[in-house]
Design a protein around this ligand. Structure first.
Ligand SMILES: Cc1cc2nc3c(=O)[nH]c(=O)nc-3n(C[C@H](O)[C@H](O)[C@H](O)COP(=O)(O)OP(=O)(O)OC[C@H]3O[C@@H](n4cnc5c(N)ncnc54)[C@H](O)[C@@H]3O)c2cc1C
Length: 377
């Protein structure tokens, strides 16, 4: 039977997440946007409230949320500030390869640490390889019981604050996709991180380069068999894209709410501007597209939770919600007129924050490439 209503547990989660966003995130969003610091106090409170590392199963001390629950959570947290939400979400992203391809020993050792608050980062992108994952150059050379890891990763979210790095590297330089393996690497083994990279939005989330120079990684820290890394990364995307799409919905919803309130109170020609069709139609489009985006994200998550293939739906959701959030936030700035361009009002930040959703976790073009590839099968 088809049912669009949240269960009582899902409603409780949404309310808890919204209260957390309202009380702990929204009041400090502007501070972190302006000061570009990592939001440690919020991370600590999220941990206390069971809102960090949320996808880690209960047997490894995590909250054990399924993907639909993660979507419900992400929408609310991103409504408060998507930079802070991204900082909170990274432990879940970095845990996914371990959940998907890790051995029981690896899960016991590392998922429990991440669930306890150790920060973790997910390292695929390199200066010369982003969308083209098979083009990565970081190399892990096997020498007896260890791999010697050399290479540079870039744009690594939470890189500056992480102690655990899940790293994708070539174990066979001649191969493309089938030459990639994934490893769990501890900072203490000689990982170096660069300064935070300045960026357009999501200032509460810190990204940096990560350097591996002759870092010795024990063989037992390889995730799955050699050459399994690309498959692991693709499975990660099936889980991460609906969650990221839901966060984009949260940003769009916040911009829509701000714009609607403003349109009800801003007067022009003796009446509130919401009475102008040019404004009210923009708001109507926002409302429709936010609802459509949420449905896509939730369906993509639900499919995965049911054990069904969701690659196509995850790509629909990621592309639609990212593009939708960009359009909605841009239109919200328009509704505010000149004040929308000012840092005095939140919509300018929301527009800057929205842009990244079209880039990370696979660009909007890459999502269309995936959809087109599936159509051509
Ligand atoms: C703030 C931020 C945080 C990030 N966090 C992380 C992280 O934690 N871990 C991590 O590993 N990476 C992270 N990334 C990297 C991100 O995933 C990449 O930037 C993204 O995948 C795009 O890769 P690229 O930047 O190399 O662009 P490129 O791949 O060089 O793309 C350039 C342009 O070409 C287009 N293009 C590429 N391939 C195709 C195609 N097949 N069809 C059509 N167009 C195409 C792209 O859409 C884009 O418009 C982050 C990036 C940013 C900016």
């Amino acid at each position: 039977m088809l049912n669009f209503e949240f269960s009582s547990q899902q409603k409780m989660l949404r309310d808890l997440a919204h209260t957390f966003a309202e009380n702990e995130i929204k009041p400090v969003a502007e501070f972190y946007d302006q000061h570009e610091e990592f939001p440690w106090p919020v991370v600590e409170k999220a941990l206390e409230n069971g809102l960090l590392s949320v996808n880690i199963p209960e047997e490894y001390d995590g909250p054990g949320m399924n993907l639909l629950e993660e979507c419900i959570l992400n929408e609310e947290l991103a409504w408060g500030c998507s930079g802070i939400q991204t900082s909170l979400m990274l432990n879940s992203l970095a845990s996914l390869p371990i959940i998907i391809s890790g051995s029981e020993e690896q899960k016991q050792k590392y998922l429990t640490q991440i669930a306890g608050g150790t920060m973790a980062a997910y390292c695929v992108t390199e200066p010369g390889a982003g969308s083209d994952v098979a083009g990565l150059k970081t190399y892990a050379e096997r020498q007896g019981d260890v791999y010697i890891l050399n290479g540079v990763k870039t744009w690594i979210t939470n890189g500056p604050v992480s102690d655990i790095f899940v790293v994708f590297a070539k174990t066979d330089r001649k191969a493309r996709y089938e030459g990639i393996s994934a490893f769990i690497v501890e900072r203490d083994w000689g990982v170096k991180t660069g300064k935070s990279l300045p960026k357009m939005g999501q200032h509460a989330s810190k990204t940096c380069e990560v350097f591996f120079e002759n870092v010795e990684v024990p063989v037992e820290n390889r995730l799955g068999p050699e050459g399994n890394g690309f498959l692991t990364a693709m499975k990660v995307f099936d889980s991460s894209r609906p969650a990221v799409a839901a966060a984009a919905v949260g940003v769009a919803r916040r911009a829509f709410e701000e714009a609607t309130e403003y349109a009800k109170t801003r007067m022009a020609y003796g009446k509130p501007i919401i009475a102008l069709q040019g404004i009210s139609f923009m708001l109507a489009d926002m409302a429709m597209n936010i609802e459509a985006g949420r449905m896509l994200a939730h369906k993509a998550a639900w499919l995965l939770d049911q054990g069904q293939s969701n690659t196509m739906l995850a790509a629909y959701a990621k592309a639609f919600c990212a593009d939708m959030a960009m359009k909605v936030t841009t239109d919200a700035v328009q509704v505010f007129g000149g004040y929308g361009y000012s840092q005095e009002y939140p919509v300018e930040k929301l527009m800057r924050d929205a842009k990244i959703f079209q880039i990370y976790e696979g660009t909007s073009q890459v999502q269309r490439h995936i959809i087109a590839r599936e159509l051509a099968r």
